[in-house]
Design a protein. Structure first.
Length: 237
C-alpha cells in the first residue's frame, strides 16, 4: 500500500482549503464523540445508531428500540464522520489532507463539500448493495475520501507524489502509478475478502462516484488530466 505524504501542487484559485479543514475537524469531533463518556453515549450505540447497516437500510433487519439515532437514509451521511480507531481516522485524514486541497481548489469550498457528501453516499450505497443482508454497521470517511482520490487522479494524473510504499519505503511516484496501485489493491480485496469487516466496495463505489462528479462539479476553467495545468518537470540527463 502506498501512503501519500506530499504532492507539491500549489493552489491556484483559493487562499486556503477551508472546506478540507472543516471536514477534518468534523471527523475528529466525531471520533471524540465515540470516546466520550459511555454513560452519555456508548460507542457501540453511536456506531449502530449512526452507521450504515445494509440490512436496516433495506428492511431485512431491525435494530433495538431507540435505534437508529437518525432516519435510516441519513446514516449514509452520519456514518462518514465516525471512526472506530485512531488509525482508521488518521489514515483517512492523511489522504484527505494530501489530496483534498487541490480537489477543493478545482471546485470551490461549497461544491467540494457537496462532492464529499455525494461520494460518501455513493460509497455507502455500494457497500449496502454488495452485502444487502449484513447487520454490521459501516462507519468512516474512507468511501468519500476514495472519491477525493479519484478526483485528484482525474485532475493531476502526472504529478509526482512523495510517500511510503508499504508504509516503510520512501518513494516518489506519478499519481497514476500510486493511485492505480491503490485502486488495484481495493479491487483485489473486494473480490477476495471473505467477510464484510472492511467496506471494500464502499471504497470502489466512492472512487467511481468521484471520477464522475469531478467532471460535473469542477470550475469551468479547470482542465482535466493535467492538461495545461501541471508545471514542466526537468529530466535528468
Amino acid at each position: 500500500m502506498f501512503v501519500p505524504l506530499h504532492d507539491g501542487v500549489p493552489m491556484r484559485n483559493l487562499k486556503a482549503p477551508y472546506a478540507t479543514y472543516a471536514l477534518i475537524v468534523v471527523c475528529v469531533l466525531g471520533y471524540l464523540l465515540i470516546l466520550a463518556d459511555p454513560d452519555i453515549l456508548p460507542a457501540d450505540w453511536a456506531i449502530a445508531g449512526l452507521g450504515v447497516i445494509p440490512g436496516v437500510l433495506f428492511g431485512s433487519y431491525t435494530l433495538p428500540e431507540g435505534l437508529p439515532l437518525v432516519p435510516e437514509p441519513a446514516t449514509l451521511l452520519t456514518s462518514l464522520f465516525l471512526h472506530v480507531s485512531f488509525l482508521h481516522l488518521a489514515g483517512n485524514m492523511l489522504f484527505l489532507w494530501v489530496f483534498g486541497d487541490n480537489v477543493e481548489d478545482a471546485m470551490g469550498h461549497g461544491r467540494f463539500i457537496l462532492f464529499f457528501l455525494l461520494c460518501g453516499t455513493a460509497a455507502g450505497l455500494a457497500h449496502a448493495f454488495a452485502v444487502p443482508g449484513s447487520d454490521r454497521p459501516l462507519v468512516g470517511a474512507s468511501g468519500a475520501v476514495s472519491g477525493v482520490v479519484a478526483a485528484y487522479l482525474i485532475l493531476h494524473p502526472r504529478v509526482r507524489l512523495w510517500g511510503l510504499f508499504f508504509a516503510r519505503i520512501p518513494l516518489r511516484l506519478r499519481a497514476y502509478w500510486a493511485i492505480g496501485f491503490w485502486l488495484a489493491f481495493q479491487l483485489f480485496q473486494a473480490l477476495t475478502a471473505t467477510d464484510d469487516s472492511v467496506g471494500w466496495y464502499a471504497h470502489i463505489g466512492g472512487f467511481a462516484a468521484g471520477a464522475v462528479l469531478v467532471v460535473m462539479l469542477r470550475r469551468r476553467d479547470q482542465p482535466l488530466l493535467g492538461i495545461a495545468d501541471e508545471p514542466r518537470e526537468t529530466r535528468d540527463a
